[in-house]
Design a protein around this ligand. Structure first.
Ligand code: DC
Length: 489
């Protein structure tokens, strides 16, 4: 809506930086939309300074600014234009509760702007989180051919979120306004430290600081429904009046960083895509299959009967299993001081690992270690029971699969690359199906689609294609503000 500031510059720069290949130019649209202002609101006085906006857009490397008159957007006037209605569930709380019709006005104009511009990518700030979620649902529900990218809230040096309306604040009021980000940050810290927060106490702190609280709510970031029980990520959002100026701000409350769980049958290509996905998003990569393989290696080396649970338990008591990544990105698997990174990929281990993975003591030891590694989050783990047993509260759960023939083909390539003898495809397919049968019929934590998992069938998709889908899925669950995409990408 104009009144550009550093937050907008960041949107423009994100657009230029991230999409040089598939977007030829960055266009900034400036339109103060009458449909999203209530009768008592500041439509007439909303900051409009086109010269300054042009300068800021130019400095941020925009190629074009589009400032349509109202008649171009609503040829017969705003009142007689066809209106969209945003879902009521998404408007019941936060700003939607007090600004009746506001998000309907936002949805209507965004749809119209997208139809007129037909951009490949739409970049929006996450500062107006409710708006962001509503626009995301609008794009999805109406099947609009545009990719939505969010940009984290940009803050001034004193912590106040940039907003065009900050220009209404006097020096004294601006000082008062700082209580808003400060209270939110304090709450986020409490949750990070594992303590609970009291919304009434925060409200009264804000009042004490001279702000009038319109709302302070803790909601699920995606459904925008109030959060009753603690969950790993929730949104704490507020609107306050600072003098006559309405300000909004939010923070994401997190007791750990995000977790992604990727499960699926043998040979679906999980490790290749998970590794690439982890790198792209800067998440730690946890290959739990390698852990089961390493234990299988140890059991074989010690010549333990795979059916002798006691002997297996004994060997697990002093287990030292370490997974790390070398500078070149390859994975090192060290078990009791032995580097078994290559040895665990042998056909001998592959044919025995599923049987070993059915054993209670093995599952218990490895699951405990995996949970400990995931305590602080910030990782993507792949395996068979990650979404169902190890991290059932993962933000994103994916069940990655492919047809048995496709998986056999991939396994053959894999074996060839590693210098092993390659059986014919029919034999490979049979071996794969046999492992799937053992993995999905075992008593403890069998391979299955976890509750809430997205099923991704990868036949006909390239590795890059699957990684791109995973990134999109991740972004549909985890805001940039919670886990920013590393800038090198
Ligand atoms: O993904 P992979 O082929 O490296 O896995 C080897 C075996 O380990 C697999 O057949 C079953 C077992 N496994 C498991 O039971 N649970 C996991 N989370 C990961 C692997």
């Amino acid at each position: 809506m104009g009144g550009l500031h550093r937050g907008h510059s960041e949107l423009i720069q994100t657009a230029t930086r991230c999409y040089p290949k598939n977007a030829s130019s960055v266009l900034v649209s400036i339109f103060v939309n009458p449909l999203q202002f209530g009768p008592e609101e500041d439509f007439d006085s909303y900051p409009r300074d086109l010269d300054q906006d042009c300068e800021i857009a130019r400095q941020a490397n925009a190629q074009a600014i589009w400032v349509p008159p109202i008649t171009e957007i609503f040829p017969n006037g705003p009142d007689s234009h066809f209106k969209l209605k945003a879902p009521s569930q998404l408007q019941q709380h936060l700003c939607g509760a007090s600004r009746k019709g506001h998000f309907d006005g936002v949805a209507t104009v965004i749809c119209r702007l997208l139809k007129l511009v037909q951009p490949q990518v739409l970049v929006l700030g996450e500062k107006d989180w409710q708006q962001f979620i509503i626009v995301r649902n609008l794009i999805k529900d109406l099947g609009l051919p545009v990719r939505l990218v969010g940009v984290p809230t940009v803050r001034d040096h004193d912590g106040l979120a940039y907003s065009s309306r900050n220009s209404y604040l006097s020096k004294v009021l601006r000082q008062k306004a700082l209580a808003l980000p400060q209270s939110l940050q304090k709450a986020a810290k409490e949750i990070e430290l594992g303590r609970e927060i009291n919304l009434n106490k925060i409200k009264s702190d804000l009042k004490q600081a001279g702000l009038k609280v319109e709302y302070l709510e803790r909601v699920d970031p995606l459904s925008l429904e109030p959060v009753k029980t603690a969950q790993s990520i929730s949104l704490l959002a507020a609107a306050v009046k600072c003098g006559a100026t309405r300000l909004i701000d939010h923070t994401f409350l997190m007791n750990r960083k995000p977790i992604v769980a990727i499960d699926g049958p043998a040979g679906a290509g999980k490790s290749t895509v998970t590794k690439a996905f982890a790198k792209k998003l800067g998440l730690l990569y946890l290959d739990t299959g390698a852990m089961y393989r390493a234990v299988t290696w140890l059991i074989l080396k010690k010549k333990i009967d795979p059916e002798n649970k006691e002997a297996i338990s004994r060997v697990l008591t002093n287990l030292k299993l370490d997974l790390n990544h070398s500078q070149t990105g390859s994975q090192n698997v060290i078990i009791n001081g032995n580097n078994v990174s290559e040895a665990i990929r042998s056909p001998e281990i592959t044919s025995l690992v599923s049987q070993i993975a059915t054993k209670g003591p093995v599952r218990e030891a490895l699951t405990t270690q995996q949970k400990a590694l995931g305590l602080r989050g910030g990782l993507v783990a792949e395996g068979r029971d990650i979404g169902s047993a190890v991290f059932p509260d993962a933000e994103l759960k994916v069940f990655l699969t492919a047809s048995p023939s496709e998986r056999a083909r991939r396994r053959a390539n894999d074996l060839k690359e590693k210098g092993f003898k390659v059986p014919d495809l029919i034999t490979l397919e049979k071996q794969i199906e046999e492992r799937d049968k053992i993995d999905s019929s075992r008593e403890i934590s069998p391979l299955k689609e976890a509750e809430g998992a997205v099923r991704l069938i990868t036949d006909g998709l390239s590795v890059q294609g699957v990684v791109n889908i995973l990134v999109e899925l991740f972004r549909s669950k985890v805001p940039e503000e919670v886990w920013p995409t590393p800038q090198t990408n």
